[in-house]
Design a protein around this ligand. Structure first.
Ligand SMILES: [Zn+2]
Length: 397
């Protein structure tokens, strides 16, 4: 018995050895995939730590000291990664509150054009400080917003052979609702910051430019994104100063927005409660807007992200849908290919109560488990993989 096993083992080793040699030869011929190496540099603990860092500024509501402190902190992090920063300045004077009768109308469709189905629970923005049971957090969020000057920060990885062309990778750093805006949109902000960190490593080269943008004032109607477009659209692709090889505003090739990345516990249950855990079927929702001027190009970009998810994301798949809405990619969608990545579809799912923390005091770091954080990490793997491919990322020695 023992002898026969030994014989079998030697036989197996010999045949395995031949296969291994063939595989080694094959591997040597095909260069290792630098994109896979870059995606492998994303870590759950680092992603969580960046979200945690953002939550020290409470809900980061626009027009407050805590929002301005968060912009400063984000900028300091981006600089420490070796990603040079700039700011967009603009003024936000909110219009008078919309009167009754405004809203989404009676078309029967959700914002973005999707059709709601199934069990729903009401949504809204919490404005009552007393709904925040944590007194320290309540005090942190107490300063009211005031009209006036605003700022947002971005940083840039300049392309080696095509510095004049770029992709914009973004999230929004402001929030509201008397929580910590951990998911909306600490999760998207941290994702963008993690990608900035990885692409800015000294051994990474990209042929094209990548801009990592953390919009402000998303919750009031994407005023930072609109200011960016207003101030910079006409500067695209212009070398300045002439002959310098510098392009302050490279031509926009596409815009990829990240807004609420972590919570996919499924449809509300018939009794109005939610499943306690991330559903096993959780996915990253990649949306374009079929009712936009760049719909065809945006859809193409969406499927590129989906393909990158299939190749590089470790745990959760991606789904593509046509109803992108209510985030900073909106102002770009008639100009360039623009998509959003989210935990769920914004219109028919988030808009119908699939995320009970949305704009609520419960959107705090402690609400989420590693299964939730991991969905955000998978979205990061998806975008990193896609953008690395689109910009021709390579690794030096
Ligand atoms: Zn958001």
């Amino acid at each position: 018995m023992r002898l026969s096993i030994l014989t079998l083992t030697i036989g197996s080793l010999l045949s395995c050895g031949t296969t291994a040699l063939a595989q080694a030869t094959e591997t040597a011929a095909a260069a290792p995939d630098p994109v896979r190496t870059l995606v492998g540099r994303l870590e759950l603990e680092k992603y969580k730590a960046t979200i945690k860092g953002l939550t020290q500024f409470g809900d980061r509501r626009q027009g407050t000291d805590r929002n301005r402190a968060a912009v400063d902190w984000i900028e300091a992090q981006l600089k420490s990664y070796g990603c040079p920063t700039e700011r967009i300045k603009y003024v936000y004077d909110p219009p008078p509150a919309a009167g009754a009768g405004r809203g989404r109308g009676n078309t029967g469709l959700a914002v973005g054009g999707g059709r709601p189905r199934g069990d729903r629970i009401p949504t809204g923005v919490n404005t009552d400080p007393m709904k925040q049971p944590d007194e320290t957090l309540r005090a942190l969020n107490m300063q009211p917003t005031t009209p006036g000057p605003r700022e947002m920060v971005f940083c840039t990885k300049v392309g080696s052979t095509h510095p004049e062309e770029m992709y914009i990778v973004s999230g929004h750093m402001d929030g509201h609702g008397w929580g910590e805006a951990a998911n909306d949109d600490g999760s998207g902000t941290a994702l963008v910051m993690e990608l900035a960190r990885i692409f800015s490593a000294p051994d990474v080269t990209t042929e094209r430019t990548i801009r990592f943008a953390l919009w402000n004032n998303e919750e009031t109607g994407s005023q930072a994104a609109r200011a960016y477009i207003g101030q910079r659209q006409a500067l695209q692709g212009k070398e300045d100063p002439p002959g310098s090889g510098k392009y302050p505003e490279p031509k926009w090739l596409g815009m990829i927005q990240h807004d609420m990345m972590m919570f996919d516990h499924g449809m509300p249950l018939p009794d109005g409660t939610m499943r306690k855990e991330q559903r096993a079927e959780a996915d990253v929702n990649i949306e374009f807007q079929s009712n936009s001027k760049m719909a065809a190009e945006s859809q193409k970009l969406a499927w590129m992200l989906e393909a990158a998810n299939e190749k590089y994301a470790t745990d959760y798949p991606a789904a593509v849908g046509p109803h992108m809405t209510n985030t900073d990619s909106g102002p770009f969608m008639d100009i360039i290919p623009a998509i959003s990545l989210r935990e769920n579809e914004r219109g028919v799912q988030i808009g119908n109560g699939w995320d009970p923390q949305w704009h609520q005091p419960t959107d705090v770091y402690a609400t989420y488990t590693d299964k939730d954080f991991r969905l955000g990490l998978n979205a990061a793997q998806t975008t990193l993989g896609a953008v690395a491919g689109l910009t021709g990322a390579t690794l030096g020695k």
